[in-house]
Design a protein around this ligand. Structure first.
Ligand SMILES: O=C(O)c1ccccc1NCC(=O)[C@H](O)[C@H](O)COP(=O)(O)O
Length: 213
């Protein structure tokens, strides 16, 4: 069983970036969407991304952003992976010729297979709950809604925490998991112990999954 990759999202402080790296995160999410309580500016994102060692990916999150704002972020952080969390079309995502994640908001009746086909150029589809304000809602969607297989790598997201991520990994078998609220003490303020417990739980899930549980 592959090692489930881990993205810790909505980081705003150096200490939280360091805690995510220390706990074994594979990526950090920087919310470049000014209506979010976890928003950071491009300048702040540069400072945070600069702390990352090799092989830990900075992911910039956008919601229906102006092209100039995405351009500025890519100029400032050339290694940025893009995450589109709004109503962006495949063309909106592909024009940057950069690796990107495409968020899918899993409302009941949502046609994930059609969505994954439309966004086949995405590195992965990030499956999130359908919440007001696009994301970061701390809400779990019904994993049983998922089809038996999805033609893209899946990032499971939405209301995850150390308490439910083992179940999520064993049920959905995603390429990666993504968490924001579940490792916070307040919006945008992460807790190092929660981050560590979350990452340890993902490792435990991988062990259970490889031993046929
Ligand atoms: O995190 C936010 O505040 C946010 C705001 C607007 C769009 C996307 C946002 N976050 C995107 C993420 O990838 C979150 O990690 C994802 O929605 C899961 O959040 P949570 O349910 O709090 O773990």
């Amino acid at each position: 069983m592959n090692r489930t990759r881990i993205k810790i999202c909505g980081l705003t402080r150096e200490a939280d970036v360091d805690a995510a790296v220390q706990a074994g995160a594979d990526a950090i999410g920087l919310v470049l969407y000014d209506k979010s309580p976890r928003a950071v500016t491009v300048a702040r994102a540069v400072e945070l991304a600069r702390r990352l060692p090799p092989f830990v990916t900075p992911v910039g999150l956008f919601v229906n952003a102006e092209a100039a704002d995405i351009e500025a972020a890519l100029q400032a952080i050339p290694t940025l992976t893009l995450q589109f969390h709004g109503d962006e079309s495949p063309e909106d995502c592909e024009r940057w010729n950069r690796p990107y994640l495409r968020a899918a908001r899993m409302a009941p009746g949502f046609d994930l297979l059609d969505f994954a086909h439309r966004f086949s150029s995405a590195q992965a589809v990030l499956l999130d709950a359908f919440v007001d304000g696009y994301g970061g809602g701390g809400k779990v969607f019904d994993w049983s809604l998922l089809p038996p297989s999805v033609p893209s790598p899946v990032v499971l997201s939405g209301g995850l925490s150390a308490a439910n991520v083992i179940d999520g990994v064993l049920k959905v078998r995603p390429w990666a998991v993504d968490v924001s609220s579940g490792v916070e003490v307040a919006k945008g303020l992460k807790d190092a112990d929660k981050i560590r417990h979350f990452c340890d739980a993902v490792r435990q899930a991988d062990q259970q999954g490889s031993s046929g549980h």
